[in-house]
Design a protein around this ligand. Structure first.
Ligand code: ADP
Length: 542
């Protein structure tokens, strides 16, 4: 017997329609490409997203068509999120930090019909246009006065396009499983693969972002989304903010410490979200200038492991709570969040940080387990570590156009490629990417653990740990570190620092210094490049 409830589809358009009607005055503040701040609100954003849907309909864009974006976090990008998905087309966010040939590959693979472009990225698009024969036109995200002088003849002006519409438009109803957006993983090996989100998965994920033990956002928040909108839909924040009517603060291209701090203070930001690299810069700026955060009370750190020193700086020095979160493009992306439980309230700050260092507990909607090489589930004892597998309504089923083949096991579990432990309280801790783990004499050393400890050493800005072949132990860890400018920290200082926190057999065999470390387009350490650079390196212990 079926229940007797209405079968209304869960559509992305319902989010913006809701906030447009019920949180109409709540602001969306963006730093424009030109520098000044732009202010709009949900009422206006809903109207302009509708005008965009009308304009795209006039251009012949139909349900299922892919519409690329190469853009910073800003209000027009947010209008595109809602306008494109709301009309049943697919918003394909393109990471401009990818290599140009990868961008050409994904645009052609996605078969983007049009591409929305921020002014900053015009040179990139002009250089690539010849390799994108199927793109019908490029919609420049600006007004007529600022249209670039370009050699491309298929340019359209965003403001002119939507200026011709009246916004008298009703969001259409369609199947909630209809594809809504597309995001390619950065692909450290092989070609990038597309993760195709659905309206339903996005709305369900938004409930999780709003839930208190998810990211806990509400109408009382002013959210600074530093995480780019081209990276797993800015962790779902634009959708979730519309669901609860939270104020959005979008930093555009200016991601330096000074610009972010200024926005946080001026816009009374209560919550921010981004990767550790960004927070490292921000904390450096705040410390150097002897500042404090007057409104920000929590920050979400994810994408890479948040080092203990960073968490304790936020919590202890600045009174900002840290929500350490884990996920991936394939998981929409929220998988786990590091909120404390009721019974942790009585713990000391140091003990609380012990918990915050872990990547957190699963939110409702995601199932999570660790397995060994035979796909047997391992105990949740905080010690056994294995492949992390997930399942749930916002976890991918496979990649766009079937790339990479079948990615689920017989019971529907998706293998994340991460290795970790789960403790008896359900807190998961990533020990490594499966391909980065260091296999030494039958034991596994977590490169992430060693990295996190190494950046806690005075004078070290960033550190990467990779496996170097060893005649006796198979592999041993090497630390590749970047020094603070002018600092005299030595190899011996780093090793001495690590002795206090690592077991003897986990201690790296050597430390080398470099000027900078290579990163992927999503800001993670690019270990494939480091392994290549250090392939002939011989350890002093070998
Ligand atoms: P990419 O395109 O680089 O794969 P993703 O954002 O999809 O970008 O990367 C997901 C991966 O990032 C995860 O599988 C995990 O290895 C890593 N990751 C994400 N969050 C954390 C975290 N809090 N701690 C450690 N690793 C993390």
């Amino acid at each position: 017997m079926l229940g007797f409830m209405q079968d209304r589809p869960l559509l992305i358009s319902s989010l913006i329609e809701y906030s447009g009607k019920n949180h109409g005055d709540v602001e969306i503040v963006s730093r424009s490409v030109e520098g000044p701040l732009h202010r709009t609100n949900y009422r206006e954003l809903n109207l302009r997203a509708k005008k965009l849907a009308q304009a795209l309909g006039r251009l012949g864009v139909a349900m299922g068509d892919r519409m690329g974006t190469v853009a910073w976090n800003g209000y027009r990008h947010m209008e595109i999120y809602f306008g494109v998905s709301g009309m049943g087309a697919v918003c394909h966010t393109i990471n401009p930090r990818l290599f140009p040939e990868q961008i050409a590959y994904i645009v052609n693979h996605a078969e983007d019909k049009y591409i929305f472009v921020d002014l900053t990225f015009m040179p990139l698009i002009e250089a690539l246009a010849e390799q994108l024969p199927n793109v019908e036109g490029f919609i420049v995200m600006t007004d007529e006065a600022n249209m670039p002088d370009s050699k491309l003849d298929n340019l359209l002006c965003y403001e002119t396009l939507i200026g011709a519409e009246d916004g008298d438009y009703t969001w259409p109803d369609f199947d909630e499983m209809t594809a809504s957006s597309l995001c390619y993983t950065s692909g450290t090996t092989g070609n990038p693969k597309g993760v195709l989100y659905a309206n339903r998965s996005t709305v369900l994920h938004s409930f999780c972002v709003c839930a208190q033990d998810g990211l806990g956002i509400s109408n009382r928040d002013s959210i600074l989304a530093v995480v780019p909108m081209f990276h797993a839909n800015a962790w779902g924040l634009p959708y979730a903010a519309a669901m609860c009517g939270a104020k959005m603060v979008l930093p555009g291209a200016a991601m330096d410490g000074a610009s972010l701090y200024e926005l946080m203070e001026a816009e009374e930001v209560t919550l921010s979200a981004g990767v550790p690299t960004i927070w490292m810069m921000l904390l450096g700026y705040v410390k150097e200038n002897n500042l404090k955060f007057t409104s920000m009370n929590r920050t979400v750190i994810g994408g890479s492991a948040a080092p203990r020193s960073m968490i304790s700086a936020f919590v202890e020095d600045y009174g900002v709570d840290v929500v350490h979160a884990w996920g991936m493009t394939e998981t929409s992306p929220i998988g786990t969040t590091g909120n404390l439980l009721k019974r942790h309230e009585s713990l000391s700050e140091a003990e609380k940080i012990d918990i915050r260092v872990k990547q957190g507990r699963v939110v409702y909607g995601v199932e999570l387990k660790i397995t060994n090489d035979d796909n047997i589930e391992l105990p949740r004892d905080g010690v056994a570590f294995g492949d992390i597998k997930v399942r749930g309504p916002w976890i991918t089923n496979g990649y766009f156009k079937g790339e990479g083949g079948d990615v689920l096991d017989d019971n529907g579990w998706f293998s994340t490629g991460d290795v970790g432990t789960i403790d008896p309280d359900g807190y998961m801790q990533i020990t490594d990417r499966s391909k980065d783990v260091i296999k030494s004499g039958g034991e596994w050393i977590s490169s992430i653990d060693v990295e996190n400890e190494a950046v806690g050493c005075a004078g070290i800005v960033e550190a990467a740990v990779i496996a170097i072949p060893h005649p006796k132990w198979d592999e041993r860890p090497l630390v590749i570190a970047v020094k603070q400018e002018g600092h005299s920290v030595t190899r011996e200082d780093v090793l001495k620092h690590l002795e206090s926190s690592l077991a003897k057999w986990q201690l790296p065999d050597d430390v080398v210094f470099v000027d900078e470390l290579p990163h992927t387009a999503t800001g993670k350490l690019l270990k494939t490049k480091l392994r290549e650079d250090f392939k002939d390196y011989v350890l002093p212990t070998a």
